[in-house]
Each structure stands twice: as structure tokens, then as C-alpha cells.
Design a protein around this ligand. Structure first.
Ligand code: CMC
Length: 434
């Protein structure tokens, strides 16, 4: 009978250790018993970017990066994008099962009736400079919610649920207010007759019409984009939410941390970078020169590569298919032919092939957002809105996990050993440096 264990021989001491393997992992804490002496802290694993470290056990999202598979709670992303709504998908992520018709109605009602934000939040928003990046505004205003809902610190089920509803409902309002602030437009309030995405478009783009009517194709496109972005297991921002949330801070602060992580150009800021890159390339004939520079290490091909996907990102496939439909009702995006050609050339190039670099979700999403009239600074915001449901599902799972303690990694200390303080008058470089 095969044993589900790992045998480790420490060649420093000749001792043998056995560590149980469960679900394809050993516990890093099992390594602690491997020591040279009694004063040794024990062996650690060193993994600064979590390249091969599972930080949790989760039942929410499954990715097979080699096969290009993404599933929420077991359901393939392709089926959800085709048949579900964003709120139905958010329900699935949070509750583990697809909602029945009654459950979906109730859930939608709750979200729809929590879209307003406290009027003082508008004053807070007004304090930002006219050209403040909406993502910076979003990060700070989500954190500011923590001061409006002090009960959010309580961990009981009802309180938790209420904060989840509030966050999913209010993120589009904050995002739309941030956008309108940057345009100098009056804030527009929610219209409860509209869908989640339809209402978001209303809060963004409504001007003097009595009733804003979203274009159904654009509303649907946004719905699909929101489904695709809802969760992606332990990505950088989700890890931030879990890590900060493990201190048992309220979910507004934890989600603010996730939003901040998402702002970075290697994460949610990548689609903005893709458009800038396509604009710099400017025309198809300049692609080979651009690729040459990337291969020489002068910059990256933004929207390409992924820590987990070593195949075509399934989300990118869906977005690429959707592009034609969107461009049929908007003006065509002149950057699209450049993107298509860039992809074609990169996918045949040995540099990208050997490193298994494929288009990721951000490669085409920016082109669609641009066609929908969103300014580039709004792109990461459009990522943060739907990712909120994923962050909260992961946050909730973390809070309910009896094994979860405060996240507190260890380190490999390489600094000086103990030395005596040198008074300032006697500090010359040679005397201090070991
Ligand atoms: N262009 C050129 N070379 C690349 C790229 C790229 N986009 N991505 C990775 N490489 C190279 C990299 O230089 C390295 O080469 P070498 O082995 O010769 O040193 C190799 O491929 C492995 O890259 P890595 O940086 O070690 O991989 P990683 O897993 O740490 O990084 C990534 C993943 C997404 C940060 C990276 O692929 C990247 O910077 N891509 C561009 C930014 C981007 O599109 N980000 C959006 C990610 S998807 C949305 C999300 O999850 O937020």
C-alpha cells in the first residue's frame, strides 16, 4: 500500500523525517521539526511570491492553468458567462450553489436596495483633486465605509451578510461617483428598475434624460465582463484581502487592501497598460520592432503571461469572441487590428512559446472598455467592482475556517548579528560595517 507521506533526509544531521501529504500538499509547519540543534528555529520554506505555496484550502474557484480551465464552484466559466448573470454568479461564489428563482429575486432585491451611499461620502469624494485617479478614490472611499458601519467589526452571520450586500451594492455607486467627479459632473443616483450593470451605466452616463436606457448589448457585455472578473482564486488582491482580513479587521478595510493591490500594473492595472502599449506601437508594421524590444528585456508585452495560466486564458477567449458583438454597436476600435496582429506574431515567436506566454484577461478587455466609452483610468475600477464578490466569498471562507490564524509569514534573516550601538560622533563607515 502506498503511503501518503514524504520522507525527508536531512543531510546535515543524517536524520530522517516523515511528513504527511494531504490533498497534494505537505504542511510547511511539519518542516519545523527538522532542526540541527535545540536552539535552531527549524527548517522553513522560502517562497517570497508564493510561487508554490498554498495559503489556504478553498472550495470556491478552480483553475487548471495548463489546460486553460476556470470554474466557479465547479461550474465552467464559459457556461456561467453564457447563461448566468453577474448577481447570480456572485450568489454562487458566496453561497456555494446557484440560486433558485426565489433566492435570486431576494438577493437582487437586497443588492438593489443598498446602492445608496451616505451623503457625507459625497463630501469625501469632493475633497479629491479634479484629476485624482478613480482607483485611488475607490480605495480610500471603500476604506472610509468602515467609519460609517462600525458594527461591521462583529463577526456574526447577519452582520457579515449585511456588509457583503452593502459592499456589492455600493461599489458601483462609488465607482460611478469617482468617474463623475473626474468629469465635473453632478452625481447620478441609482435607478432600481435597472439591472446591476444597467444601473451602473445609468449612474455613470445619465445626463438630462428623464429615464436612462442602457443599450442592451453593452449592458450584456458588461454583465459578461463582470462574471469573468468575479473571482480568480488566490491572486494578488485576493491574497491581500485574506491576509489583511485575517487580523479580523472589518471587510471594508480588507476590501480596500484588495483594491489597492488590484491597482498595480502587474495586476488590475494591466489592461490600462495594454492600451497605452497599443497606442505606442501605433501601427501593425511597428509590431516586429516592439516585439524585438520586449525580447531584449526593454519592457513587457502587457496583457500576456500569467502566473497560473500556461495556456490561453479562458477569460481572454470569451472576451475576444465578444469584441465583434460590442463593436457592432459602438465605433470599431482602431487598436483592435494591432492587438490581433500582435497576438498572432507573439504566439508564433519562440520567446513567448518557450515561456508559455499567452494573452490573459487584460489583453482584450481594455479595447472593449474603451469602445464602451470608459476612460482608461476607469479600467481597474471596472475590475474591482465584480472582483468584490470574489474577495468577499474568499474573505467569508477565511473567517469561517477554524484553521485560519492571523497571516504572519516568517522570514530568512540575512542582516547583521547583534552589535553595540555606536554614538554619532564615533560613527565612521569602516567602524560600523561588518
Ligand atoms: N512580456 C514579456 N516577457 C514576459 C511577460 C510579458 N508579458 N510575462 C512574463 N515574461 C517572461 C519573464 O521575463 C520571464 O522570462 P525569463 O524566464 O527569461 O526571466 C518569464 O516570462 C516568466 O515570467 P515571470 O515574471 O517570472 O512570471 P510571473 O508568474 O512572476 O508573472 C505576470 C506573471 C502576469 C506578472 C507576468 O506575466 C507579466 O508581467 N505580464 C504582463 C502584465 C499583465 O498582463 N498582467 C495581468 C495578469 S492577468 C490579470 C490579473 O490576474 O491581474
Amino acid at each position: 500500500m502506498t503511503r501518503e507521506t514524504l520522507t525527508i533526509i536531512d543531510n546535515r544531521t543524517g536524520k530522517t523525517y516523515e511528513a504527511p501529504i494531504e490533498h497534494g500538499a505537505i504542511r510547511a509547519t511539519d518542516l519545523r521539526k527538522i532542526r540541527i540543534s535545540e536552539d535552531d528555529f527549524g527548517l522553513m520554506s522560502y517562497d517570497p511570491a508564493f510561487m508554490n505555496t498554498a495559503s489556504c484550502r478553498s472550495t470556491i474557484t478552480y483553475i487548471d492553468g495548463d489546460k486553460g480551465i476556470l470554474r466557479y464552484r465547479g461550474y465552467p466559466i464559459e457556461q456561467l458567462a453564457k447563461r448566468s448573470t453577474y448577481l447570480g454568479t456572485a450568489y454562487l461564489l458566496l453561497h456555494g450553489e446557484l440560486p433558485t428563482a426565489t433566492e435570486l429575486n431576494d438577493w437582487t432585491w437586497q443588492i438593489t436596495h443598498h446602492t445608496w451611499i451616505h451623503e457625507n461620502m459625497k463630501k469625501f469624494m469632493d475633497g479629491f483633486h479634479h484629476d485624482a485617479h478613480p482607483m485611488g478614490m475607490l480605495i480610500s472611499s471603500v476604506a472610509a465605509f468602515s467609519t460609517f458601519y462600525p458594527e461591521a467589526k462583529d463577526g456574526n452571520r447577519e452582520t457579515r451578510h449585511l456588509q457583503i450586500v452593502r459592499l456589492i451594492a455600493k461599489m458601483p455607486t462609488l465607482a460611478a461617483f469617482a468617474y463623475r467627479h473626474s468629469r465635473g459632473l453632478p452625481y447620478a443616483y441609482a435607478d432600481n428598475d435597472l439591472t446591476y450593470t444597467g444601473n451602473f451605466l445609468n449612474m455613470l452616463f445619465k445626463t438630462t434624460e428623464v429615464k436612462y436606457k442602457p443599450d442592451p448589448i453593452l449592458e450584456k457585455a458588461l454583465e459578461v465582463l463582470f462574471i469573468l472578473h468575479a473571482d480568480h482564486e488566490q491572486n494578488c488582491s485576493t491574497n491581500a484581502v485574506r491576509s489583511v482580513g485575517s487580523s479580523q479587521v472589518d471587510p471594508y478595510c480588507a476590501v480596500a487592501a484588495g483594491t489597492a493591490a488590484l491597482y498595480g500594473p502587474l495586476h488590475g492595472g494591466a489592461n490600462e497598460e495594454v492600451l497605452k502599449m497599443l497606442q505606442v506601437i501605433g501601427s501593425k508594421d511597428r509590431i516586429p520592432e516592439f516585439i524585438k524590444q520586449v525580447k531584449e528585456g526593454k519592457g513587457r508585452l502587457m496583457g500576456f503571461g500569467h502566473r497560473v495560466y500556461k495556456n490561453y486564458d479562458p477569460r481572454a477567449k470569451i472576451i475576444k469572441q465578444m469584441a465583434d458583438e460590442v463593436f457592432s454597436v459602438t465605433r470599431p476600435n482602431p487598436l483592435l487590428p494591432i492587438a490581433l496582429e500582435l497576438e498572432r506574431i507573439a504566439l508564433q515567436d519562440e520567446y513567448f512559446v518557450s515561456r508559455r506566454l499567452y494573452p490573459n484577461v487584460d489583453f482584450y478587455s481594455g479595447l472593449i472598455y474603451q469602445a464602451l466609452n470608459f476612460p482608461m483610468e476607469m479600467f481597474p475600477v471596472l475590475f474591482a467592482i465584480p472582483r468584490t464578490s470574489g474577495w468577499l466569498a474568499q474573505w467569508q471562507e477565511m473567517r469561517l475556517d477554524p484553521e485560519q490564524k492571523i497571516a504572519r509569514p516568517r522570514q530568512v534573516y540575512l542582516g547583521p548579528s547583534e552589535r553595540d550601538y555606536v554614538p554619532i560622533g564615533r560613527r565612521d563607515a569602516g567602524a560600523q560595517r561588518p
